[in-house]
Design a protein around this ligand. Structure first.
Ligand SMILES: Cc1cc2nc3c(=O)[nH]c(=O)nc-3n(C[C@H](O)[C@H](O)[C@H](O)COP(=O)(O)OP(=O)(O)OC[C@H]3O[C@@H](n4cnc5c(N)ncnc54)[C@H](O)[C@@H]3O)c2cc1C
Ligand code: FES
Length: 247
């Protein structure tokens, strides 16, 4: 579905991550689902940019976007009151289980996991939120995460206090306290997590490059359980242990 929505609110969450709040009634999205956001009304840039649902409450959709290149830079210039074209929601997402959960967010991977946190909280599922960034200034939604999670752990690669990565911090957690984990972050983080071969099932939210975003171009194919799957249509959430990263 293509929708033209008015930006109700735009807010900078830190120096290169901003949030857009849009009124979008009548959907019932699952964590991991995403929209293809049209950067401009013209055909340049041609490809829409995939952006996860970071929150959906009382018909209000929140997108959290990190400026990394031309498309996201252009989106960052949009302001309250302007309209934005969205296609979707796309992807199957994941129906979370009623099990003690561990959420592992690296960098902007926090966006879909924040929606998952809201979702689990509504289901009254207890969870720990482990969130890692490069520097303390990179964190977003920290207070909201603390409010939602039973326990929250924040770790930075260059911080003066708790120093490390999501992967190093995970090794200090007693996994016996959990039944399932969900992870979203850079591909390198997912590869390192996979190598740990931990006893919990981990569901990975894959945010690699997309083309069409709607199942047609096969540009997003990954090897999963021995066959090619489309991240946009079949995912973007997959069991981490079954993904072949080809390394
Ligand atoms: C399913 C899905 C959900 C996503 N959700 C979010 C979200 O909620 N918030 C958010 O900020 N981003 C999200 N992303 C990533 C986002 O789509 C890209 O950062 C964006 O498309 C980059 O567009 P650009 O024109 O600014 O950058 P480009 O000019 O295309 O690229 C700039 C730089 O970023 C790198 N890059 C571009 N796209 C990606 C990518 N997908 N993964 C890793 N590196 C990339 C390029 O290699 C290049 O170095 C998601 C991606 C997917 C596939
Ligand atoms: S991006 Fe085109 S099939 Fe997935």
């Amino acid at each position: 579905m293509t929708m033209t929505l008015k930006i109700q609110k735009k807010i900078w969450l830190n120096k290169n991550i901003f949030g857009l709040e849009l009124s979008y009634p009548g959907i019932n999205p699952l964590p991991g689902q995403f929209f293809q956001v049209r950067v401009r009304e013209s055909l340049d840039p041609f490809l829409n940019r995939p952006i996860s649902i970071a929150s959906y409450r009382r018909n209000r959709l929140l997108l959290i976007i990190k400026v990394v290149g031309r498309g996201t830079e252009m989106l960052s210039e949009r302001n309250t009151g302007e309209s934005l074209i969205l296609l979707g929601p796309f992807g199957k997402g994941i129906k979370p289980k009623k099990k003690k959960s561990l959420l592992l967010a690296g960098g902007i991977g926090v966006a879909p996991l924040f929606f998952l946190a809201e979702y689990l909280s509504k289901m009254r599922v207890s969870f720990t939120f482990l969130y890692g960034t490069k520097t303390p200034d990179d964190f977003v939604l920290k207070k909201n995460i603390i409010m939602l999670a039973k326990e929250s752990i924040f770790i930075t690669e260059q911080g003066s206090r708790k120093k490390g990565t999501v992967v190093s911090a995970l090794q200090e957690i007693d996994l016996k306290d959990y039944d399932v984990a969900y992870a979203c972050g850079p591909k390198e983080m997912l590869i390192e997590l996979q190598k740990l071969n931990i006893s919990l099932p981990i569901y990975a939210f894959c945010e690699d490059f997309l083309g069409c975003g709607c199942g047609l171009c096969l540009g997003c194919a990954i090897m999963y359980k021995g066959t090619y799957r489309r991240v946009c249509e079949d995912g973007p959430v997959f069991e981490l242990g079954e993904i072949d990263f080809g390394k």
